[in-house]
Ligand binder design. Structure first.
Ligand code: SAM
Length: 228
């Protein structure tokens, strides 16, 4: 009995380390990983934002941008360079992020009040032009656990955005196709004039990841009170 359990465990560990090795090999060969190294971006994710911006022009010079789930900083790098010296980029992540010129970083958990209040103190209400969120929970590989955790982060990002965005502001949020996504689209539809699904080329085709883009924020007419 014990030896059967041991063999099952060993086989699970070996399968996992085989898929990790495969992931590493694919990562090394990835076009965007190679480009990020050459072009000085901290993550391949930078190309997702660059591609979305190329199509929708969401990053404007002088804009105030909040980047949620910012580490290691690929999106913040893009945002800081596009918004320029007159812009302001505020970044938040649970992980530490090496400094980026033109980016004010807060380290904290977005599901907790303290870090969100610290961010609000920097932005004030209705002052932000663009909120971008690439937040994703640590994936367990079990959809029943991962999907609700990811949707929770999306809802929190949405609640935050409707408090800080100025009229006609923009929200870009990473989501995973699956349970709850249609409710999120409906939420977006209630507060933004245009809602678009974005699947940039740099987002792996095998991933259920998509980015929801809300443009033309209709304005903060209610919920001006406390965060959560
Ligand atoms: N956009 C980033 C870039 O270009 O470098 C990559 C972001 S990575 C896909 C997702 C990030 O979300 C991770 O750094 C993770 O720490 C962060 N994250 C996940 N849950 C979070 C939470 N509750 N609060 C703050 N950050 C969180």
């Amino acid at each position: 009995m014990l030896s059967r359990l041991f063999n099952q465990l060993l086989s699970a560990v070996m399968k996992r380390s085989k898929s990790s090795r495969q992931w590493l090999a694919d990562h090394e060969e990835d076009e965007y990983v190679k480009r990020a190294r050459v072009e000085g971006y901290r993550s391949r994710s930078s190309y997702k934002l660059l591609e979305i911006d190329k199509k929708f022009h969401i990053l404007k010079a002088g804009a105030v941008v909040v980047d949620l789930g910012a580490a290691p900083g690929g999106w913040s790098q893009v945002a800081a360079s596009k918004t320029g010296k007159k812009g302001q980029v505020l970044a938040l992540d649970i992980l530490e992020m090496q400094p980026i010129r033109g980016v004010t970083a807060i380290r904290g958990d977005f599901t907790e009040d303290g870090p969100v209040r610290a961010l609000m103190a920097l932005t004030g209400a209705s002052r932000v032009d663009l909120v971008i969120s690439d937040m994703a929970p640590n994936l367990s590989g079990m959809n029943d656990i991962d999907q609700p955790r990811s949707m929770y982060l999306v809802e929190l990002a949405f609640d935050f955005a409707v408090r800080v965005l100025r009229k006609n502001g923009v929200l870009l949020v990473k989501c995973f196709e699956g349970e709850g996504i249609n409710e999120i689209r409906r939420l977006f539809g209630g507060r933004f004039a245009h809602v678009t699904n974005c699947k940039p080329r740099a987002s792996r085709a095998t991933s259920r990841e998509i980015y929801l883009l809300g443009r033309g924020f209709k304005g903060a007419n209610d919920n001006q009170g406390d965060i959560r």
